[in-house]
Design a protein around this ligand. Structure first.
Ligand SMILES: Cc1cc2nc3c(=O)[nH]c(=O)nc-3n(C[C@H](O)[C@H](O)[C@H](O)COP(=O)(O)O)c2cc1C
Length: 187
């Protein structure tokens, strides 16, 4: 897909088909993240791929979905993610100010995943301590973000903002995501 088409098409997905994602594909997403820009080229961002079903299920207990419409945005039992990529900052490389590196790396994952037909949800509302424990992540790493993954089982739509930026579901259950208009963001 052309880059602008990918960017337009990318939507946060919160309902997933219960089909596994092959490990080499997940590693390919981390490969895309690896090549992202990094301040001073320090590359402090590390990754943990979570695709073992029992671990995936455990992580699910400690993430929160779609705050504006909770609990309507929660995936039901047969719509849950089939994998996660946990994004970590390696404090042995950098102790602070790694968030922008993580943002750039995460966006590479989102767009590459979409190009492969895989849906993603950036999960910031997570219980970091619990997830670190479940995944046996050593102290040296700060768990910043978890990306939920799976083949999409919904088609959210993007629209121009009309007075509210809050995403919402319509009567048929389709998620609508308002984006601020171009003329409102160029100052
Ligand atoms: C930093 C960050 C944290 C987020 N955390 C969550 C989260 O914890 N749970 C969730 O359901 N969505 C989360 N999202 C997804 C946003 O809700 C979503 O990106 C936003 O509604 C716009 O929708 P779009 O991604 O389809 O453009 C997060 C997004 C970002 C960038």
């Amino acid at each position: 897909m052309e880059i602008m088409e990918l960017i337009r098409k990318r939507r946060t997905i919160r309902k997933f088909k219960q089909e596994p994602i092959d490990r080499p594909i997940l590693e390919g997403l981390v490969e895309a993240a690896r090549l992202a820009p990094s301040g001073s080229n320090l590359q402090p961002v590390k990754y943990k791929i979570v695709d073992e079903p029992q671990l995936v299920h455990q992580v699910f207990q400690h993430v929160k979905w779609a705050g504006y419409i909770a609990p309507a945005g929660n995936p039901s039992e047969n719509e849950q993610p089939v994998a996660y990529i946990a994004i970590l900052a390696d404090t042995a490389i950098k102790k602070s100010d790694y968030e922008l590196d993580i943002g750039a790396a995460a966006q590479n994952i989102f767009l590459t995943a979409l190009d492969l037909g895989i849906g993603t949800c950036w999960m910031g509302a997570i219980d970091r301590e619990k997830i670190k424990e479940i995944l046996h992540i050593p102290e040296q790493y700060i768990l910043n973000t978890v990306i939920a993954l799976g083949y999409p089982d919904e088609e959210p739509v993007m629209e121009e903002e009309q007075g509210s930026i809050k995403y919402y579901k319509d009567q048929s259950g389709t998620l609508h995501v308002p984006k601020r208009k171009l003329q409102d963001i160029i100052i």
